[in-house]
Ligand binder design. Structure first.
Ligand code: SF4
Length: 329
């Protein structure tokens, strides 16, 4: 246990420039002030509709992007603004599993070259030990070590994602950011890949930040869940608390669309259909960002931004009129 990742006030604004002088005329506020932490060996899922900033957050945590402001501390080291060259040795510590196993593997390279690349890049193994190490990794993710000389097109989608996971594990990362790791896969094999990720977590005490939109999958894999909307965290809590006692109206609406596995235990709200589209992150609504779509919105919501307050132990929500506060549903 213990904290592995600490994120404070994280922002990523992409400037919008116009004209010959490329003067900045605005900014896309993709991520706008995130604060959260992740403990060793746990899975924190980031969920929300597309455009909520979850993928940008994943790219910031792996430092594929540099934050506009805020702090990312990984295992006691501030990596927020390290240059690419200073970041290179730390690439061992934080790795990403990509959404699309079809495009994330180079079709011209063999599995041996793909999975062995991190060893060669980081020079952590003598060349004559790479093949054995790659074959061990293939076995670990449920592939045949004999697949070493095959090419990605010879594998199914699920197998390709296993190859991607093997490559990710090569350097024994402290943190793995998994960006929609199963959403491009056939439903019938999603569970297999999810189970593999969980087995690997148990075996190596891996820490995951899982980016996802499928709340059924999230319920299955997460220890804690953060719900994002327009670049901000609306609610963050442990899985049970969030699914059983959602406090933010946005979470309530998202969960109302998810089938309840055991309907006898409690009654779920009627399905809530949110009105309108997600507003533009260039000009997000003032006050509570969700007020243009919230059925509970009042005047105060249009002017005063609610703080992400702890409303129950370990359960935070940013709402002036939260639901399910103070006891069971
Ligand atoms: Fe809705 Fe107001 Fe709560 Fe925002 S602060 S979620 S608008 S009730």
């Amino acid at each position: 246990a213990g904290e592995l990742l600490s994120v404070t006030g994280l922002r990523k604004h992409f400037p919008i420039r116009r004209g010959i002088l490329q003067r900045q005329v605005g900014a896309v506020q993709a991520v706008d002030g995130l604060t959260f932490s992740v403990n060793r060996g746990e899975t924190l899922s980031l969920v929300g509709e597309s455009g909520c900033g979850k993928t940008t957050t994943g790219r910031l945590l792996t430092r594929l992007l540099e934050p506009t402001s805020g702090k990312i501390v990984l295992d006691g080291r501030d990596i927020s603004h390290l240059s690419m060259s200073a970041m290179r040795p730390l690439r061992c510590d934080v790795q990403m599993i990509f959404q699309d196993p079809y495009s994330s593997l180079n079709p011209r390279h063999t599995v041996g070259t793909i999975v062995g690349a991190p060893f060669r890049l980081q020079k952590v193994r003598p060349e004559n030990g790479v093949k054995r190490a790659v074959q061990d990794l293939l076995e670990l993710v449920g592939l045949n070590p004999e697949h070493y000389n095959r090419y990605p097109h010879e594998f199914s989608g699920g197998q390709r994602q296993r190859i991607g996971i093997a490559r990710t594990l090569a350097l024994k990362p402290k943190l793995i950011v998994a960006d929609e790791p199963v959403s491009a896969l056939d439903v019938s094999i999603q569970a297999q890949v999810v189970n593999l990720l969980e087995d690997l977590q148990d075996e190596f005490n891996l820490t995951y930040v899982m980016i996802a939109h499928d709340l059924s999958v999230v319920r299955h894999v997460s220890d804690r869940v953060a719900v994002m909307y327009l670049g901000k965290i609306m609610e963050i809590a442990d899985r049970t608390s969030l699914y059983e006692r959602p406090m933010h109206p946005y979470t309530v609406a998202l969960l109302s669309a998810v089938p309840v596995p055991d309907t006898s235990r409690r009654t779920r709200r009627e399905r809530i259909r949110l009105q309108g589209d997600v507003p533009s992150p260039i000009n997000p609504p003032v006050g509570c960002r969700f007020h243009t779509r919230c059925w509970k919105a009042q005047e105060v919501c249009k002017v005063e931004e609610p703080a992400l307050a702890e409303l129950a132990p370990g359960h935070r929500a940013a709402c002036h009129f939260p639901e399910n506060v103070g006891g069971s549903v």
